[in-house]
Design a protein around this ligand. Sequence first.
Ligand code: SDX
Length: 436
Amino acid sequence: MDNKPSNRETLTVTDNVTGKSIDMPLLSGTIGPKVVDIRKLYSELDHFTFDPGYTATGSCESKITYIDGDKGELYYRGYPIEQLADKSDFMESCYILLYGELPTREQKSSFVGAITRHTMVHEQLTRFFSGFRRDAHPMAVMCGVVGALSAFYHDSTDITDPRQRMIASHRLIAKMPTIAAMTYKYSLGQPFIFPKNSLGFAENFLHMTFAVPCEEYKVSPTLAKAMDKIFILHADHEQNASTSTVRLAGSSGANPFACIAAGIASLWGPAHGGANEAVLKMLMEIGHKDRIPEFVKRAKNKDDTFKLMGFGHRVYKNFDPRAKVLREACHEVLEELGVNDPLLELAMELERLALKDDYFIEKKLYPNVDFYSGIILKAMGFPTSMFTVLFAIARTVGWVAQWNEMIEDPNQKIGRPRQLYTGPVRRDYIDIAKRG
Ligand code: SDX
């Protein structure tokens, strides 16, 4: 993708020490902020840019997902997330993210067929589980087992071959739910349940997770629909931390299975995908709505590292559109299950108080996707330690779509950021006998 400067718009930077100026091209996308092409800054002015956390840095050109944080908008290939959550399903959303367009009936059926036929894992992969303690955190198991996939699929690790890239992408999307369910079964000491080709993606995952060999297990259509919707909402999200990790790992030419394992590791962090688990832990720590003001006070205290999990977002300075959809799904699932969850009552009261608190209004901190997903997943019977694993199942399609786009990008090269060095200047070694 070669992006031409839009009608020769430029940004002029002048170094007021040397008096030297350079004009840097301003590039326009289809929507969203323009970007300043700084690629000649170092060679012409001998300066780096400085942007810890890349809060104002575009790392790549992409056609996959667009977010407008002020308007609370999220599009997959231009389709608004609300419409996909309402009208589409996860398999179709995977197709849109991977191939860029809505599939025809035949394209969708053949894609779903391909994914379905990749859901089984190599029988020897099951042996990796026995090396873990039963009480290992499921995300630790996922990092290990998904990384181990690269030892099994040498026929789809030539990243220069588009066909092999797509087979590896299909394998990862299809096998993540199987490995996730195996991770959960292993923690219980229950036997692994094989995928069933007659079931849909979400239904198959719930069956592998909650069925036991001794009796028939019927997946509730409401729970399968809610699971599918949660997968749609978590499928991709522009250049977030875990996606950027996958892109950076992939930029060195690493195989796709290793790159996705790196993405899983990054997603595990409580500031990112681990937040849904952290929301439940926080609600359980708060315990009663009378204690909410105490915790809101702590969240506002600069000297206290406590943050309200499930609130705030690097990009959304308005309601996270996914949270809006999940809030509805949350009530539907709890109604269907007849669950009167005190933690949901507590969560609703926390939301009510936080949304009218000046600090949260001024800092534009709204409930994000993790605030509600944790409540739904708990109601569905998942232990909190499995929440981020479910996020990883969904996000795998986003990771592989962005990884493919990075490899196909003629401008892509190995990622290698620079730094502002503030360490010691050159100094000579002193023998230990001469040191003080
Ligand atoms: C995800 O990037 C993605 O797209 C991620 C994700 C995806 O789909 O991939 O959307 C998924 O990771 C959602 C976020 C889940 N994380 C949490 O819910 C954890 C709690 N949230 C915070 O850790 C925080 O909001 C972050 C990490 C999400 C964002 O942090 P930033 O970028 O520092 O937020 P900011 O710059 O907008 O913060 C503005 C101010 C800061 O204070 P000041 O320095 O201005 O004084 O608000 C404060 C922050 O300290 N703040 C909070 C807060 N979040 C930010 N204060 C209290 N509680 C919070 N939750």
